[in-house]
Design a protein around this ligand. Sequence first.
Ligand code: SF4
Length: 332
Amino acid sequence: MTYKVGIPQGLLFYDYYPLWKEFLNELGTEVILSKKTNKTILDQGVSNCVDEACLPVKVFHGHVCDLKDKVDYLFIPKFVSIYKKEFICPKFLGLPEMVKNTIEDLPPIIDIEINLRKSNLNLLKAVIKTGQYFTSNLSKIAMAYNKALKHYERYLDLINQGIVPIEAVKMYNLSLKRNKSFNQNNLNIMILGHSYNLYDEHISMNLIKKLQSQDINVLTPEMIDTDQINQHSSRLPKRMFWSFGRKIIGSAFSAIEEKSIHGIIYVSSFGCGIDSILIDLVERKARENSIPFTLLTLDEHTGEAGVNTRVEAFIDMIRWRGKDESNISTHG
Ligand code: SF4
């Protein structure tokens, strides 16, 4: 029997999908994805999640609703920590429990714990535990995971070449390598925020594509070299122990100090505690270096027309500033 395993297209989807998909496929299962986020998924998420949750967590619940009647298992790992001595947002830790307690008639959930705070050994345990849902053969599990890692490395390579994860996720298993260097004549705009806000086209209202269609080079945290991120984030007076925070701060500071960008758009979810700290740090650094900065705060009530107007005004301001109005405020 081929088991169907559902992976919701939400939260850490763009961070790890190629790894989990190939691993589960190698174990002989069929991976089923929820649909891309749309209004129905958003509405289902909002009505099946606690009001206090942030937008991406609500959207994730909508993806679970979309999948639950189509699969034998749902894959919802319990992420505690993804780097040594660091944590990620506690919402990830409680995610499987939240889903179980708010959505009825769910299939069994593969809710293995990923906790690399003390050592990477825990990842091995998580891999074995996931594999054991489908086979007792440990060498089959190890081989499946090693093959999946190779696909995942190709995915990360594509992103390092300047391909945004929305595109890279479609390309990684085609063994095609596209060398996409930025057009030197275009504006370079950095979009900051969590991967699940930036790359979900419904949540971000297609921000990346809209900018690219105006011949703007888009840079995101995932496209910045890890060493650069670590080097720049380590200069903070206090250690950033949130992994997402370290990545966002390190990538922003790196791009700002290298003067490789013309502006920053920060995409945040309403009520996100981590973002409230990051936004302040990035905005100060941008202001010190005369890099225009603007913030888009999103929730389920945000209208696309308002977002478009803000973004258009911001881009126009940067273009005017570049041409002949160098005294225009850098604070969008
Ligand atoms: S980091 Fe912020 S946006 Fe992400 S899950 Fe936590 S509260 Fe939500």
